[in-house]
Design a protein around this ligand. Structure first.
Ligand code: ADP
Ligand code: ASP
Ligand code: MG
Length: 413
C-alpha cells in the first residue's frame, strides 16, 4: 500500500468546522487504499499570537524559550485532528515532532532537520492507523525542543515524505496552488499546473511563502513529488517536480516579493583585500544569512558595502556590524527596514536576453526607483521602497502577461 503524506496549513485548520473537513479528506484518502501520514500546522494565527505574547513579556525573548512556546501550537492541532478522525470511526494517533524522532541541529527558531527516526510511524501505519505529526518542530540530541522557521510544517511534511518514500507529498493550503504571483495581490494571477524544483526554489527564496524554501530543497534533494493544492476544493493544484521531465517550459513562471528583509550599509570602509571576507565571515559566525550584496566603486580608497538580511536577524547583524565598523575604521552604519524585493523567476530566461531590461523598463515607467539588483540564470531581483511593492508586482505581472498561459520554450532551446 502506498503512503501519502498530507500537510494542512494554519488556515486549513483554523476552526472546528475546518478541522472536521480536514478529517473527512484524510479519511477519504485512507478509504481509497492509501496509508496516510498527516502533518498539521497550528490553528489559524496561533503562531503569530504566541509570538506577540512572548514579545509582551520580553522585547527579545530567548530563542530556546520561544521554541518551547511556539511548538505548543502544533501540539493542539494534532490532538484535535486525531479526535476528529476518531469521531469519524477511524483509527488515528497524534505525535509531536520529538515523539517521532525528528532530530534537528540546535539553531533555535530556524533549526535544520538532521535525522528522522521513522520506526514509530511505520509501526502505526502497519497497524492500519492514520498517523498525525505536529509540523514545524523537532528536538536536538540534548532533548531541547526546536522549531524549523516560519512555514516549517512544509519542511516537516516533505522530509517525512522523503524518509517514508511516500508516493506524493500533498501541501494543502488556502490557495489553489502555486500562482504566477501572490493571488492575494494580483487577482488574475494564473495557477501553474507544474513547476520545476529549481524554479520553485527561486520562488520560495524570493518570498512566495506558499512553500517554505527548505521544504523545496528537501524535495529536490530526495526527488519527492510535491502537490500544492487547496484544502477547500478537489481541483488539482501545482506539481513540483524535476525539470528534465518537462520538455516545454515558459520563459517566466512568476513574480514574487519579499518585505521581510532590511538593508544594512557600512559607510566608507577602507578598500583593501580581506574586508568583505571579514564582514561576511562575522555575519556567518553569528548565523545571519545574507541575501543581496553590493559593493560600490571605491573612491579615494574607501567604499560602501550594502547587504540585505531578514528583518528578524537585523538586530544581530547590526550588533556584529558595529564591532566590525570600529575594527575596520569605517565611518558608520545605516539600517533601512523600509525596503522590498521584487523578483521575476523563470527557467526560460537563461536563453532570453531582454527580460531584465523589460523589467527595469516597466519599473521606470511607473516611476519606481531600483536601489539594488541581483540576477541568477533564472531570476532577476530588484530592491525598491516597501511602499511601492504591490504596484510594482502588479505592473510587472501585467507587462509580462503572466495571467495568460505563457509561450512554451522547448527545453534546451
Ligand atoms: P499555510 O498556512 O497553508 O502554510 P501560507 O500562508 O504559508 O499557508 O502560504 C499560502 C499563501 O502564500 C497564500 O495565501 C498566498 O497569499 C501566498 N503566496 C505568495 N506567493 C504565492 C504564489 N506565487 N502562489 C500562491 N500563493 C502565494
Ligand atoms: N505554525 C508555523 C508558522 O506559522 C509553521 C507553519 O505554519 O508551517 O510559521
Ligand atoms: Mg505555510
Amino acid at each position: 500500500m502506498g503512503i501519502i503524506v498530507q500537510k494542512y496549513g494554519g488556515t486549513s485548520v483554523a476552526n472546528v468546522e475546518r478541522i472536521r473537513g480536514v478529517a473527512k479528506r484524510v479519511v477519504k484518502t485512507k478509504e481509497d487504499g492509501n496509508s496516510v501520514v498527516v502533518v498539521v500546522s497550528a490553528l489559524g494565527e496561533t503562531t503569530d499570537e504566541l509570538l506577540r505574547l512572548a514579545h509582551q513579556i520580553s522585547p527579545h525573548p530567548p530563542e530556546r524559550e520561544l521554541d518551547m512556546l511556539l511548538a505548543t501550537g502544533e501540539q493542539v492541532s494534532v490532538a484535535l485532528l486525531a479526535m476528529a478522525i476518531q469521531a469519524l470511526g477511524h483509527d488515528a494517533i497524534s505525535f509531536t515532532g520529538p515523539q517521532v524522532g525528528i532530530v534537528t541541529d540546535a539553531v533555535h527558531t530556524k533549526a535544520k532537520i538532521i535525522d528522522i527516526k521513522s520506526e514509530r510511524i511505520l509501526d502505526e501505519i502497519e497497524r492500519g492507523r492514520i498517523v498525525i505529526v505536529a509540523g514545524f518542530q523537532g528536538v536536538t540530541v540534548d532533548q531541547d525542543i526546536t522549531t524549523l522557521g516560519r512555514g516549517g510544517s512544509d519542511t516537516t511534511a516533505v522530509a517525512l515524505a522523503a524518509k517514508l518514500k511516500a508516493d506524493v507529498c500533498e501541501i494543502y493550503t488556502d490557495v489553489g496552488g502555486v500562482h504566477s504571483a501572490d493571488p492575494k495581490i494580483v487577482s488574475d494571477a494564473r495557477k501553474l499546473p507544474i513547476i520545476s524544483y529549481d524554479e520553485m526554489l527561486e520562488m520560495s527564496a524570493t518570498g512566495a511563502k506558499v512553500m517554505q524554501l527548505r521544504a523545496v530543497e528537501y524535495g529536490k534533494n530526495y526527488g519527492v513529488l510535491i502537490h500544492v493544492r487547496s484544502s477547500f476544493s478537489d481541483e488539482p493544484g501545482t506539481l513540483i517536480k524535476e525539470g528534465e521531465e518537462m520538455l516545454e517550459r515558459p520563459i517566466i513562471s512568476g513574480i514574487t516579493y519579499d518585505v521581510g528583509e532590511a538593508k544594512v550599509t557600512i559607510l566608507d570602509v577602507p578598500d583593501r583585500p580581506g574586508v568583505a571576507a571579514g564582514v561576511f565571515r562575522a555575519l556567518a559566525d553569528a548565523n545571519v544569512n545574507v541575501d543581496m550584496i553590493i559593493q560600490n566603486v571605491s573612491e579615494k580608497g574607501y567604499t560602501d558595502i550594502s547587504f540585505t538580511v531578514a528583518k528578524e536577524d537585523l538586530r544581530r547583524a547590526s550588533e556584529v556590524m558595529k564591532r566590525i565598523v570600529s575594527e575596520l575604521g569605517a565611518r558608520g552604519l545605516t539600517c533601512d527596514e523600509e525596503i522590498a524585493k521584487v523578483s521575476l523567476i523563470g527557467a526560460g530566461m537563461k536563453t532570453h536576453p531582454g527580460v531584465a531590461a523589460d523589467m527595469f523598463g516597466v519599473l521606470a515607467e511607473k516611476n519606481i526607483n531600483i536601489e539594488m539588483i541581483s540576477t541568477s540564470s533564472i531570476k532577476i531581483s530588484c530592491v525598491i521602497r516597501a511602499r511601492e511593492v504591490e504596484r510594482a508586482v502588479r505592473a510587472v505581472h501585467e507587462k509580462f502577461d503572466l495571467s495568460k498561459e505563457q509561450v512554451k520554450q522547448v527545453a534546451g532551446d
